[in-house]
Structures are given as C-alpha cells and as structure tokens.
Design a protein around this ligand. Structure first.
Ligand code: G6P
Length: 741
C-alpha cells in the first residue's frame, strides 16, 4: 500500500477546512463579544454623560471638552460625543465633527422612538461605532446624545485571533492526522501486511511458514481463523488434486466400453474367437436342478470380462455333467446367464480324451514341466497322442467357425493347446493367431526333458504372437527355441523367424477387471473378521485368508507350516488369529493332486490339534468350491491375505484381494515366485520355502499400523487400475492388428 501525493494533499486540504471552520466559529463569537462589550460600555458612558452639567447647560466649554475627551479616549477609544438639539448638532469635541453627517437620521429616530441603539459605519479608513441615546432634559427638550467610538480595534483583534486560531488549529489537527497516519501505518497497516503475508503463504501452500508466523496482537483471533481456513483449504486442495489426478488417469484407464470401441475400430466386422480348454460357465446337476457355476480358474477370471465387454465366440471343452442339456444344435449358448453378451461353443471330448489330453499330457506333463515346484513331470506316448488328437479336434472346431470370415482373429489360451496355432495356420494362413501362455515358461534345460519339445515349440510358433506374463518367461522361451529348433531367434526385438514366417514373443502381464468405478467405490463399514469366524464356531478377532485350487504349486502346505511356526514363535496370538484356507479341489484324478488334498487336510488337522482351544483353532480349511460372491466377504474382512505359490505365472488371487480392499487397508503377503510380485511391490514379499521368514511376515502383517498399510495398498490398487484386464486385451489385440497380414 503506497501513500501518494494526492492522499497527502487531500489530508492537508481537509485539515485546513476543518481549522478554518473552527476558527470562523470562534472568531464570530469573539467579534460578537467585543461588539457587545462596546455597546454596553457606550451605553454606560452615554448614561453618565447624559447626567453631566455640561449637557444640562447646553454650553460649549472648550476647557471641559478637552479634559473630557482626553480622559475618555484614553480609556475606551472614545472619540467624543455630540448633542443633537433642534435639528442640529452641538459637537463636544472637534474630532467628532466629520462624523456628524452620519448621525442626524439616527439621532432623530432615537428621539422619536425614545430608545438607544448603536450603529457602525466606515469612514476615512476607520470603523466607527456611534451610540445614540435620547436624553430628555428639562432645560433642553428633545435632545439626543451620540457617542462616537473608534471600533477599528475589534477588526484588528478579530484578524489577529483569526490568524492565530487558524494556525493553532491547523497544527493541532495536522498533529492528530499525522498521529492517526502513524497509527494506521504501524498499527493497522503493519497488521494488514501480516494478513497479506498469511494469505500469500496460504496461496503458496506454505502452511508450515504460516504456522511459524509470530502472533498478530489484537488480530490473533483472526489469525487463528485464517490458519484453520488455510488447513481446511489445504485438505480440500489435496482432495481436489487427487480427484483431478484420478480424472486424468481415468481418461487413460481402460474400461469395458473403451475396449469395445477400440476393438470395433481395429477389427471392424470381425468376431474375436477365443479357444481354451476350461469353459467360463459350466452346467452341473444339483439334485433335480441344473446349476451354472464359474470354475476356479485364473484364465477364466481374466478372459471372461473381455468377451463380456466385446462379444465374440469362446470355444471350450464342455465338461459339466449338464452341459449337453443347455446348448443348442450347434453346441452353442449365449452367456453369461441373464446377461447374454457372447457365445460359448462347447466341444465334447470323451472320457479317454480327457484322461490323456487333460489329466495326462496337459496336467501331468506340461504343468509340472513349466512349474518349478519339484514335482516330476510324466510323459506318456499315449497322452501325447491324445494331446495331438484333441488339439486337432479343436482346430477343426475353430476352422469350422472361421470359415466364413476373412482374415480371422484367433486367441488361443494356455498350455492345453500348444499345437493349435500351427494347425489353424496351415489351413488359414490369412488368420492372425496369438497364443497366451498363462503359466510360467521354465529355463531351456528344464524344458528340454520333454520328449516332444520341438513339436510343442513348432506348434506354438504357428502363431503370429506368443504372449507370456513376464519378460523373463519370454527370454526363457526364446532360449528354448534357440536351443531346440532350426530357427532364427532375434533377441533385439524378441522374435523368432522360421523360413518366411515371423512370430513375435511379448510380455503381457495379465490382470483382472478393475476400473475407476471399482477403485472409487466406498465400502462403508466392513463386518469384523470375528463375525465371519463366529459362523464357523471360532472365536478370534484377527483373520488371514488364502484362496486357491488345491494344487501343489500353490504352496499351501508351506503356508500352514509358516502359520504353525508363527504360533510357536508368538504364542500371544494363539486364540486371537485364525488362518482361513479356501481351497477348491482340482484335477483330483491325478495322484499328485489327490495327495496334495490329503496332505493339506492332514496338515491343517495336525496343526489344529496342536494348538486348538475350546472355541478357537489356528486353521479353518474350507475345501470346496466357492463362488466369487462367497469369497468376497473373506477378502474384505481379513487382516491379511497369503499368496505363497512355489511358482506361478501371475496369480490373480493377489490382485483380487487388493481390488476388494476399497478402504485401502489390509496386508498382502506375496511369494516372490509369482509374476504378480513384480507389480505389487506394496506387498510383503516372501520366499515360501523360508518358514521362519513367513512366520515373521504374518506377525509383521498383523501388527502393521493402518497408516503404513494404506500407502502400500494404494500403490497396489493403482497399479492394478492402470494395468487392468482391459488394457491387457487392448495391448494384445493391438499387437495382433499390427501383425495382421
Ligand atoms: C491355471 C491355468 C488355467 C486353468 C486353471 C484351472 O490357471 O492357467 O488354464 O483353467 O489353472 O485349472 P483347470 O485344470 O481346472 O482348468
């Protein structure tokens, strides 16, 4: 704030005006007083004169006139007097003679009205006051006495007082103005400057500086309020920034609608054909009813939302005991139930085919071959033959479906159909084919034990694109190809060239359906874990959760051993923490799988026996198929989730647990041997073979303060949001479009 010249001039003008006004009133009063005094004095002297013998005798005596005149004029500025008699004046001193001409009328009026009065007139540069008084003397009737006084002294006094007053008041008021100015400058202006500084700090967001500002005297209550407003504003700004960031991100985040639009754009009038062994919906008899269930499969969890969003055709084995009863003549049905958005075509495989293709070669051969879980793969010639046969059967089904379509797009899923790309390509070179391998790809030495490794590799290389979850699996695959078949492996751009055909090998980390809407959903109050456990007769306030198919690769036994060790090391948690294992039995016709189910059950019983209390046990094993809706309350209420796979391509349970935690709390304990551990760095990463480390991880997770849980959980949720299944599909399909011949 600047005080400029116009402010100063205005202030001076105002001060001068006020001073002039005050001195005017004072002077008017003083003038009136002096005039009054003159009048009273004149009347007194005139009265005295009226009673003197010189008047009575009517004689003009020079000697007495001189005496009289001297004594009066010396005392009261009286010039002299005259007697008005018979229409003419008798002056009693020569000095009044020049004034007589101004007095005749007044003297006459005074005699007529018989009253005294005073009148001022100016002559010869002097201000004269004449006081006229009738005086009725017996000897001289009808006389009037006129007394002349020099009143110039009144103007002089008034002028002097005016000047004095004006300057005195001017200086006084100026002093007051300066004082007020200083008060404003140092009192108010300084405080205003302080407020300006607060506001600037608020605008810059320097709230710490604001806090450090010294107390602002009488403005302290305002300072308090401003500080509170600033902090409220900071919070609001943080919320707004977060919302803006999410909005911006939201535009970059893939949604079902965005994927549908993208596919319409890049694949106009084309049907997306997906092939897998496991079907997304399975019909099974349940008493007299037919029930539709979603099988426990990471592949289904990932791929189903894509078909649901974009439509298309999904070809899969019909393995439910009521599947045949729910399809049309072409073995097709629209799914999902009551929300039909794509077509499921079921391919029937015989029991024998199932035994050798599915249980045999796929799950006793390739599965343990690709998972380093120290389970020996079994390769039987018969299984291999059936593997080839079922691949052929599916190839036929696919070719049948794409026969009317130009340059079709086929997306083959997983290790059950390694030969399918080559079989389709042979018949339809115009087709763009991708195979996505949902499980790990081991190092070349491990893979080399497979007697049919070349056939498998050549079958896969029939596709234009081979996808894995991680770059590491891509390199393993390229090395395996390089070591095994006659080809050119180009490591720079991750591709393989055989004769005139090129196959790209790329990482596409798979994910789940998780959009901004899911991310922003608020959970409200989640029922405590104790409520959930109470339904199973367990009294405990802390809960851990594990969800998977019962498979030896999942590290379920290792997790139980870690739980046992946790209770040994930290007995204070006995009676307080229960680990819930949801485990869907899987591939149980294979001995290693029925063995693992048994082992899981007996380990759970052994540990429970060791620690159990009257209404508490350390492990609750729920070994049956649970729907997604049944699993959700466990995900939401658990304090921690354990994913301790010995080897896992990605592991979508980890991502589903994180996605379920809308309140950004809870802790994920995650095996370093999962693909997910590369993305979910907010988890406690463990080696499932290290029982001590895992036992400690359980304790760390239980005791982790909420304020540490939240940033970890947020990081993981954001990572899944940015890399959801729709972005996975978009990347994969866009790469296929790029490869289209
Ligand atoms: C893994 C495989 C899937 C398979 C799932 C369930 O996730 O990658 O292809 O569907 O296990 O196994 P299942 O043998 O029951 O289909």
């Amino acid at each position: 704030m600047k005080i400029n010249l116009s402010y100063i001039l205005s202030a001076i003008l105002a001060v001068a005006l006020v001073a002039a006004l005050f001195s005017f009133f004072e002077i008017s009063g003083e003038k009136a007083r002096l005039r009054n005094e003159l009048m009273n004095r004149s009347s007194l002297i005139a009265g005295e004169l009226g009673s003197m013998p010189i008047i009575d005798s009517g004689l003009f005596n020079v000697a007495s006139q001189v005496r009289f005149s001297d004594s009066l004029s010396n005392r009261y500025n009286i010039i002299g007097f005259a007697l008005y008699h018979d229409n003419h004046f008798v002056p009693y001193s020569h000095s009044v003679e020049p004034y007589l001409e101004y007095s005749a009328d007044y003297a006459y009026q005074s005699i007529i009205a018989d009253s005294s009065f005073g009148v001022y007139f100016k002559t010869g540069g002097r201000n004269i006051y004449q006081y006229v008084m009738p005086c009725q003397k017996e000897a001289i009737a009808k006389n009037a006495l006129v007394l002349y006084s020099d009143a110039s002294y009144i103007s002089k006094i008034v002028r002097r007082i005016s000047v004095e007053n004006f300057f005195r008041l001017f200086i006084q008021i100026l002093l007051v103005v300066v004082l007020i100015g200083l008060l404003i400058r140092w009192g108010v202006y300084r405080q205003i400057n302080t407020i300006v500084n607060w506001v600037r700090d608020i605008r810059d967001g320097s709230l710490e500086k604001l806090r450090e500002q010294s107390p602002a005297g009488f403005l302290e209550p305002l300072q308090r309020e401003v500080t509170n407003i600033a902090f409220a504003m900071q919070e609001a700004r943080a919320v707004a920034e977060e919302e803006a960031r999410l909005r911006t991100e939201g535009e970059a985040i893939w949604t079902p609608d965005r994927l549908r639009e993208e596919i319409r754009k890049v694949l106009p009038d084309k049907t997306l054909v997906v092939v897998s062994n496991r079907e997304p919906y399975m019909h099974v008899h349940s008493g007299k009813e037919i029930k539709c269930i979603v099988p426990a499969s990471g592949m289904v969890t990932a791929v189903e939302p894509i078909l649901k969003a974009c439509g298309g055709l999904w070809i899969a084995s019909g393995t439910g005991d009521a599947d045949k009863e729910t399809v049309d003549k072409q073995n097709k049905l629209a799914v999902p139930p009551n929300e039909e958005s794509y077509i499921l075509k079921r391919v029937w495989i015989s029991k024998e085919e199932e035994n050798h293709f599915y249980y045999g070669f796929s799950n006793e051969g390739i599965w343990p071959l690709c998972h380093i879980a120290h389970n020996r793969p079994v390769f039987r010639k018969k299984d291999w033959d059936f593997y080839k046969r079922v691949n052929g059967k599916f190839a036929k089904a696919v070719l049948e479906e794409i026969k009317g379509e130009e340059q079709p797009f086929v997306l083959v899923q997983d290790y059950h159909f390694a030969l399918l790309p080559e079989l389709i390509k042979k018949e339809r070179p115009d087709a763009t084919i991708a195979i996505f391998w949902h499980i790990p790809w081991p190092n070349p030495e491990s893979f080399s034990i497979c007697p049919w490794q070349s056939e498998i590799l050549l079958g896969m290389l029939g596709s234009d694109l081979v996808g894995f979850h991680t770059p590491y699996f891509c390199y393993n695959f390229l090395e395996t190809v390089n070591n095994t078949i006659d080809s050119r492996v180009i490591r720079e751009n991750l591709s393989v060239r055989i004769k005139d055909r090129t196959t790209l090998v790329r990482p596409f980390p798979i994910s789940i359906s998780f959009t901004m809407k899911d991310y922003e959903k608020k959970d409200g109050k989640i029922p405590p874990a104790s409520d959930l456990l109470a339904k199973y007769g367990i009294k405990a306030s802390l809960m851990g959760i594990g969800v998977e198919r019962i498979d030896y690769t999942k590290g379920i036994i290792e997790r139980f051993l870690a739980t046992e060790r946790f209770f040994e090391k930290y007995p204070e948690y006995q009676g307080r923490f229960t680990f819930v294992q949801i485990g869907a039995p899987s591939r149980t016709r294979i001995k290693s799988y029925s063995d693992i189910v048994e082992a899981v059950e007996s380990e759970a019983s052994r540990i429970n026996l060791k620690f159990k209390l009257k209404d508490w046990k350390p492990i609750l094993l729920l070994a049956y198929h649970h729907s997604h809706d049944e699993i959700m309350p466990f995900y939401k209420s658990a304090n921690l989730c354990m994913v301790t796979s010995l080897h896992d391509g990605m592991n979508l349970v980890a991502k589903e647990f994180v996605a379920a935690r809308n309140n950004n709390d809870g802790v994920l304990i995650l095996s370093r041997f999962t693909g997910a551990s590369h993305e979910l760095t907010g988890a406690i990463i463990v080696n499932p073979y290290n029982t001590e480390q895992m036992a400690d991880a359980i304790k760390t997770a239980i005791e982790m303060p909420r304020k540490e849980q939240q940033p970890r959980m947020k990081q993981m949720r954001q990572s899944i949001l940015e890399h959801n299944i729709y972005s996975w599909a978009a990347n994969l399909i866009k790469t296929m479009v790029y490869l289209q011949r």
